[in-house]
Design a protein around this ligand. Structure first.
Ligand code: HEM
Length: 221
């Protein structure tokens, strides 16, 4: 008797982790790109104040990401992706000050408070932490560059307000992203941990989507 591959009992997904992550989050990525807040922001229908609201909310996201990253710096899984050149919190702080905001006086929107909780809950599971790391930093290194360009173009923001998108010390973003994917593919994780990583990345995209929803709701209020 022959067994067709389609009907064979489930086997572990043999694709590299980076390919699995990209495939599993492709639909979520399209949704994030076309979220009303993102689409309006990118098309020039909002204003610098609304970009500032986004930067303020990202402040909480990166504070959690980078604090948990510091706590996990001795973990071989987290350490494989952690890199000081990616650190965004000091830049977001400086951008907010340049945009006229005191970071000590801002509060997270409800979706962002939940996002922060989710990041903090990965302190005991580095595989899931990597999912959050991937979702934000690889996004900043990709679409983030387009965002910075549009913010200059539509709202006249200058580099002092957009340092978040500048990665000093990373020469070629494409090469860096390729090496990041290589590091993902070499993570010492068993199948169950890879599964958790992929699921958490889908959930991380969901948190971003919810943040955009709250930002949209906030501006309509
Ligand atoms: C303004 C909206 C956005 C645009 C224009 C955009 C654009 C892009 C582009 C062109 C790439 C492909 C880069 C490459 O293959 O090297 C990319 C990749 C990526 N984006 Fe976005 N993006 C946007 C929003 C987002 C958001 C909101 C997130 C999540 C927070 C995100 C996360 C990612 C990730 C993780 C990747 C890497 C995919 C992979 O290769 O594994 N993006 N983005």
């Amino acid at each position: 008797m022959t067994t067709s591959p389609d009907t064979a009992s489930p086997v572990a997904d043999s694709r590299p982790i980076s390919a699995r992550l990209r495939a599993a989050t492709a639909v979520a990525h399209e949704r994030a790109e076309s979220a009303t807040f993102v689409d309006d922001l990118m098309s020039g229908r909002l204003d610098a104040g609304q970009y500032t609201s986004l930067a303020a909310q990202l402040y909480f996201v990166y504070r959690a990401l980078e604090q948990v990253g510091d706590d996990l710096s001795d973990d071989p899984v987290a350490a494989a992706v952690l890199d000081d050149k990616l650190r965004r919190l000091p830049r977001l702080h400086a951008d907010l000050v340049s945009l006229g905001i005191d970071p000590a006086g801002i509060t997270p929107l409800p979706a962002v408070a939940r996002y922060v909780e989710a990041i903090e809950a990965t302190r005991d599971d580095a595989a899931r932490y990597v999912a959050h790391h991937y979702t934000r930093y690889l996004g900043d290194l990709s679409g983030g560059q387009v965002v910075a360009h549009r913010m200059r173009q539509h709202y006249g923001l200058d580099d002092t307000a957009l340092s978040f998108y500048a990665f000093d010390g990373i020469d070629k973003l494409k090469r860096y992203k390729d090496s990041y994917r290589d590091r993902l593919d070499a993570l010492p994780l068993d199948d169950a941990a890879v599964e958790r990583l992929v699921e958490e990345a889908i959930s991380a995209f969901g948190h971003n989507q919810a943040m955009f929803g709250d930002l949209d709701h906030d501006r309509a209020a």
